[in-house]
Ligand binder design. Structure first.
Ligand code: PEP
Ligand code: MG
Length: 313
């Protein structure tokens, strides 16, 4: 009640002057698959595979994983499905993989970092993803969360390819990764910006804290400038740059992200129609003007106002 449901998105996503922006859905639970299909998503831009692992005391078998991944691939035949490897730790603890006695879990052993301790969990998952993709003839893109160095990205790419995955990338959700975006783009097929964590780590403000929500805000000019670094690196190298954090679902922010060099947006399915409509109402040049204006602002409210004004002209 009170929720306005717009008609399903009729793609493809593009700016007013035909610059292609892929608009995918985030899938974090089985019910999200149907929602994404119903809302007209162009594939899946973030498949959070944790749902296959949560509520388990032991690692799921490769066969169980293959079955779970096949379900998602089967719903999106012919479309890209970006699968994120397990992002355990911090806000997503897993009893068999992460410890609960870290003093600072957000800065601890989470995401890709868990694979130093337990490499076989990641390698088994990478094999399961490749098997499921082959079985469904899926356009599967595989990426690792919580990457901070080029060495981690290089190692992940080698492991993912050794397991049989063809298109391999990393998430950029730490400032460290943003600063070395050029070098990351040289070793991966694509990058995807996790704006929830990138905002948290750039602003040193817990993403779960309501009291700090004004800081952990993707409209913060510092966060926008971090995204700009990544967008520029992607444009220079021809590397696809996605955004899959909550920021992609903000219709006011979407044109700014496009102007910063982002080539795909992935969001909760219900946001796709509104985001698609606003992206198609602005030219790439207008998006770039809005992006520069927002980056030059000194606070989130001014950034919003500057972007809105740039898009109205
Ligand atoms: C993010 O950090 O923006 C992201 C997409 O990943 P998660 O929210 O699952 O950490
Ligand atoms: Mg994240």
């Amino acid at each position: 009640t009170g929720v306005i449901t717009l008609p399903p998105f009729e793609g493809p996503g593009q700016t007013a002057d035909g610059h292609r922006i892929v608009l995918g859905a985030n899938v974090g639970a089985p019910r999200d698959i149907r929602r994404a299909v119903e809302r007209g998503a162009e594939g899946v831009g973030l498949f959070r595979t944790e749902f296959c692992f949560l509520d388990r005391t032991r690692e799921p078998s490769v066969d169980d994983q293959v079955a779970a991944y096949r379900e998602v691939f089967a719903a999106f035949v012919g479309s890209r499905v970006v699968v994120r490897t397990l992002d355990a730790g911090s806000d997503k603890p897993l009893p068999f993989l992460t410890s609960d006695d870290e003093p600072n879990p957000a800065l601890g052993v989470r995401g890709y970092r868990t694979s130093r301790r337990d490499p076989e969990v990641l390698d088994a998952q990478l094999r399961a993803i490749a098997r499921a993709a082959d079985a469904e003839q899926a356009d599967a893109w595989v990426m690792a969360p919580m990457i901070a160095t080029v060495a981690e990205a290089t190692e992940f790419v080698a492991r993912a390819r050794a397991a049989g995955n063809r298109t391999v990338g990393v998430m950029i959700e730490t400032p460290a990764a943003a600063f070395v975006a050029d070098e990351l783009c040289a070793v991966v097929d694509f990058v995807s910006i996790g704006t929830n964590d990138l905002s948290q780590y750039t602003m040193a403000a817990d993403r779960m804290s309501g009291e700090l929500a004004h800081l952990a805000d993707p409209w913060q000019p510092a966060v926008l400038r971090a995204i700009r670094l990544i967008g520029e690196a992607g444009t220079r190298s021809g590397t696809p740059v996605g955004v899959c954090g909550e920021a992609a679902a903000d219709p006011a922010l979407a044109p700014v992200l496009v102007g910063l060099g982002v080539t795909s947006l992935s969001m909760a399915a219900r946001a796709i129609t509104a985001v698609g409509a606003i992206v198609s109402s602005a030219t790439l040049a207008q998006c770039r003007t809005a992006a520069e204006a927002a980056c030059a602002a000194t606070d989130p409210a001014a950034a919003r106002a500057a972007a809105r004004e740039a898009l109205a002209t």
